[in-house]
Design a protein around this ligand. Structure first.
Ligand code: E4P
Length: 226
């Protein structure tokens, strides 16, 4: 499973990238608004993220348009910002139509706000390079987000969508709306291709009290050797 960072915060991205395990970044309008950035600076901000993570790390930038022509226009503009930009498009009729057009033009799309297996199947057939099913938002309404996303991972895994995606690249499922390290464990067990994780969760993923205790005791014993 690969790890993406679910943030638009440049310092978080710089820090996480320095750990050596980062494979991409996902942003959304809420995450960008949280940085305090303006509409005018949005595209420069996405370019800064792309520069930090380098050309091999996909960076999802979301269109907020509601009709297919406008989404396609946004998508072309966003994709031109850097070679690693992936256009994020909501799973809806206009989004599917725009995804087909963008995919046919060789532009990679991450279909987001995906909650069901039928939505995921349609996104895959429309040429999405990534599909982002959400976990935490199901938990928020007292449904089991892990179970729902596991269904999507299993259903997508039943088929080969390479013929639908840009350049025949393999479609990947990004488990999104992750709220805890336990969510990450369950994503790895269900076989999600990617987990996009907020920085706070990524910091918790590194830690275990037995690791801390082990480091402390090794340090103490090493003092005796010295
Ligand atoms: C990422 O692609 C999603 O936009 C993000 O994970 C949503 O997370 P949230 O449900 O915690 O807002």
């Amino acid at each position: 499973m690969k790890f993406f960072l679910d943030t638009a915060d440049l310092s978080e991205i710089e820090e996480a990238a320095s750990w050596g395990a980062l494979a991409g970044v996902t942003t959304n309008p809420t995450l960008y608004a949280r940085t305090g950035g303006s509409l005018e600076d949005f595209e420069d901000h996405i370019q800064r993220i792309c520069k930090i993570v380098g050309p091999d790390c996909p960076v999802s930038a979301e269109s907020v348009a509601m009709d297919r022509d406008q989404i396609v226009e946004d998508g072309r503009r966003l994709a031109a910002l850097a070679e690693n930009v992936v256009v994020k498009v909501p799973t809806m009729v206009e989004g599917l139509a725009a995804t087909r057009t963008l995919a046919d033009e060789g532009i990679r799309v991450n279909m987001t706000l995906c909650f069901t297996v039928p939505q995921a199947m349609l996104a895959a057939r429309a040429g999405a390079r990534y599909i982002s099913p959400f976990i935490g938002r199901f938990d928020d309404i007292s449904e089991d987000g892990i179970e729902r996303v596991a269904d999507i991972v299993e259903a997508v895994g039943n088929y080969d969508f390479a013929e639908s995606t840009v350049g025949g690249e393999q479609l990947e499922v990004i488990a999104a709306s992750i709220r805890s390290a336990d969510h990450v464990t369950k994503c790895a067990l269900m076989g999600a291709d990617i987990a996009t994780v907020p920085f706070g969760v990524m910091k918790k993923m590194v830690k275990h009290p037995l690791t801390d205790a082990g480091i402390a005791s090794f340090m103490k014993d090493w003092e005796k050797v010295k």
